[in-house]
Design a protein around this ligand. Structure first.
Ligand code: MLT
Length: 210
């Protein structure tokens, strides 16, 4: 077995195997099945790659350790970024797919943001739903032209929009093209998330995103 494919995961080829894939990254307590329906709503024919986070918090899968809600073990984040980025690269070879766009929710959006800040070449772009800055100090990185959509909930008690705005600034300072939307909702997802994500993906999907 390829060691770098050591995650439990699902891969759905989709009706257009050469289309830009989505890398689905679930929230705390989710698994590899969680975001498949959302991925299909946003990209109906694309390949979907969906790993399950390896860190367990009271039995709930996550993509990295946290010390408290909103307080991250940044050393663990850095280690898990390498692990996830290696997995994506190995999956690209195994399935013959181009660099994916991450679609992450909550903890999954936060690990996607960390991958962008440490291994940007692994992702063609990202849709970050209810995300915050994963590092107190963002490392300098080349994100020139990388398209990123951040969608926050105005009444989100777990990740207030200001924390997403901090992430947006970190990404923009490194050259990314960031769109940050704030919806009149909480931490949970809404139909408006799907509508914005679909429209954004449609507008940004082009070959230059290799
Ligand atoms: C995180 O831990 O990544 C965030 O606090 C969101 C969460 O998963 O609850």
């Amino acid at each position: 077995m390829d060691e770098t494919l050591s995650y439990i995961y699902r891969f759905e080829k989709g009706a257009e195997p050469n289309a830009r894939p989505l890398l689905l990254l679930h929230g705390t307590g989710g698994d590899e099945n969680d975001l498949i329906p959302l991925g299909r709503m946003i990209a109906p024919t694309a390949p979907l790659l969906s790993p399950r986070g390896k860190v367990l918090e009271n039995g709930m899968p996550r993509f990295f350790r946290r010390l408290a809600e909103g307080v991250f073990d940044e050393e663990d984040v850095r280690r898990r970024v390498q692990e996830l980025a290696d997995f994506v690269e190995a999956a690209r070879v195994r399935y013959g797919i181009v660099a994916p766009i991450a679609l992450g929710y909550s903890n999954g959006a936060n690990i996607a943001a960390a991958v962008l800040l440490m291994r940007p070449q692994v992702l063609a772009g990202a849709i970050l739903l209810r995300a915050m800055a994963p590092f107190s100090q963002a490392p300098p990185v080349d994100l020139a032209g990388k398209p990123i959509l951040i969608v926050s909930g105005q009444r989100d008690p777990i990740i207030p929009p200001e924390r997403a705005a901090q992430l947006a600034t970190q990404l923009q300072c490194n050259g990314a093209i960031v769109e940050h939307r704030v919806l009149p909702t909480g931490h949970e997802l809404s139909q408006a998330d799907v509508t914005f994500a679909r429209a954004w993906l449609h507008a940004h999907e082009h070959p230059a995103m290799q």
